[in-house]
Design a protein around this ligand. Sequence first.
Ligand code: ADP
Ligand code: MG
Ligand code: MG
Length: 867
Amino acid sequence: MAPNRFVYDFDEPSEGGRDLLGGKGIGLAEMTQLGVPVPAGFTIATDACRAYTESGGQLPDGLEAEVERHLTSLEEKSGKRFGDPGDPLLVSVRSGAAVSMPGMMDTILNLGLNDDAARGLAERTGNPRFANDSHRRLIQMYGEVVDGVDGHLFEEALSKLKDERGAALDVDLSAEDMAGLVETFKGIYESETGSGFPQDAREQLSRSVRAVFDSWDNPRAQVYRRAHHIPDDLGTAVNVVQMVFGNKGEQSGTGVAFTRDPSTGEPGLYGEFLADAQGEDVVAGIRTPEPLERMEAGMPDAFEQLTATMRRLEEHYRDVQDIEFTVEDGSLYLLQTRSAKRTAAAALKSAVDMAAEDLISREDAVARIDPGQLDQLLHPMIDPSASVEVVAQGLNASPGAASGKIVLDADTAVERGKSGDSVILVRWETTPDDIHGMIAAQGILTAHGGMTSHAAVVARGMGKPCVAGCEALTVDTVARTAALDGHQLAEGDVITIDGGTGRVMLGPVELVPPQINEDFETILGWADDMRRLKVRANADTPEDAAKAREFGAQGIGLCRTEHMFMAEDRLPVVREMIMASSEDERRRALDKLLPHQQADFEGIFEAMAGLPVTIRLLDPPLHEFLPPLEEATDEHMRERIRALREANPMLGTRGCRLGLMWPEIYEMQVRAIVRAALAVQERTGDAPLVEIMHPLVGFGEELRRLRVMTIAAADEEGELEYLVGTMIELPRACVRADEIAEHADFFSFGTNDLTQTALGFSRDDAEGKFLTRYLEDGVLERNPFETIDQGGVGDLMRIAVERGRSVKDIKMGICGEHGGEPKSVAFCHELGLEYVSCSPYRVPLARLAAAQAALKESGIEAVASGG
Ligand code: ADP
Ligand code: MG
Ligand code: MG
């Protein structure tokens, strides 16, 4: 077999695509091949990183020779030699995985410089300041990334020098200052590592490549992967890119830009630019960057070329692009392009606009919205009628509002978040090391940094409110206090931030659900035309039913009746019923409950006129309606509580078992349902589409008896068409779905109980306890209560579908939280269910996910472009 090939020049076509070259590498190769100006270079593929990791840190055979060959060809292209003391070729070594993990891994710039080469570069360019500036940057980045030197040591030295010189900014330092800084940095490097800064360019390169491979497994990258469900074994590619220099003076600079506004989706240039600066300076918040438009005055040609290139890239990729560029002495170079992370609002607007511009089809537009991201739009906003006192204003970095206790570091955010507090992470500026705190926080507030700062980019991706660059904020992490425009705050004090406007307020503020806009309706309207699965909602009240309808629900898949028993005015009657010592007495209590239930059902039927409503008969064990033993009012009650007590209520006398033990309860419910339906029919002229559902059935015989009882009670009330069905939520019900189907008009998968019973997990005992640990340790990749465990629970469902349908063509759906989770929705589509049912707020998401599942069948993969 031919030896593996690991290295590809940017101008060489390759087969492996993004998986092999990583996102950055494939972008650089595609831009090069499109004729966009990109510095020359090559990519070491991800499989080299995998081989390196698997072998415990050995570079794979032949890799070094291959790199050497590509380096030689880079030298030929550039006319410079790597390690040449007179006119050195300098390169960057950049990480870049297949999946975007912004800022999680490392990059080193200006590689190939040493003492001689820095002198050569200074002479060659006639710009010693630039040469020394590049040199000190190399020593710092290399020291940090390759040798783990603490970056603060370098930064403190820089600050100290600036103080001594009375310089406000790095650019105010002279060439001599920079030369001095190089010496200081070399000293720091040597005292921290025990050896001098490596002078050999090839040694620098090979150690940097290893360090980038290693950065795949640094702790923050691991946390990020876990949070985003990115597999640990993808590995990163390494890009070796000829340096272009933005730090050569006023005709040079560096910037980032989006082809449309990533917050709103509005078309038009959007970005930031820093003159006389190198790459990292823009994101690191060293100086506050200028808006991109300012570049036009200073370097009109480069600006015009930039706008033309951005248009071209957007047309090529047919998606909003996020680019990095550098201008060296007036010439433009692109250093990165990727599909832009964007807010949900921006994702919708840009997709609708691009479809209108004929850049993409409606199917593409629907396929590229991340259903999970729609949630953002359904997030709370500040009540417009609330009077708020704004104490400070920052940048509106990521929309949505949040109130919470301030925490000043990421670990505290996690701690307090775990104890159930809503927290706002308040930092001078976030770094990738804060990622776990950002995940735990409801919102993020920073004193420093722009719209493309770390906090802003990461928060937008997570869909969390963020106010960045709030200058009136000061943070003292030692005293653990913060101040907002002079107001002193201690950790734990409550503030509110509005990431949509950048406002910061003291104390909590009333929040309201946001409005759904036109783009949202447009995309969901298109999605509705594309999907096969119907989407229903779980709703127990007329209000929830109305809300669900507003969100596009096509019926109710689960109306729980226990809440109607819990209502304050009914609980005493319910208790009377439970306490009854004879059937007669029980029936008398039930007769008092019936009109209440009937009224509830009437409201729900009216709200859902013309659409099916599945009503589940009482499910929880009766002791849930009694007080705890200590609060019992008399001996009789204590006795009853003891009698009903169960060692394991989840598996006890509940669901249809209850209905078989005390048939008069279900009978009353059936009568209430039928009377309500007939009353609504009388009032409106339309008969509600009633589906009566029996919970927790495991045996055909259970359902047979319940069906007989249901029909008998219903028939006594009058003429009504209705269905009688069952939940499928026990493993036995799945494997004997044939036996159960004999007596059922429909099945509704109750995947919460099915997950509990199939996995032997009691949800309450699992979440927050061993399951959390399982997820942290990677024993399980996902929480099976959030995403259907396809291998186990999913297989049981498949069996139930097959065996149920082998008896008759039976209507099937799913109710419960999984019905609103995109991956589970896709699975239900594959299974050929008729509908999914979820909470009203998740209905839009399920509509979109259902459309994407259908599109996938016709070969259009969902590619979430935001998030
Ligand atoms: P990240 O993934 O953190 O953005 P990058 O590899 O993109 O890291 O590089 C960090 C910064 O350095 C970016 O601003 C990038 O544009 C800049 N940069 C990388 N390579 C070069 C190069 N060859 N010439 C000039 N700037 C570069
Ligand atoms: Mg980058
Ligand atoms: Mg259940």
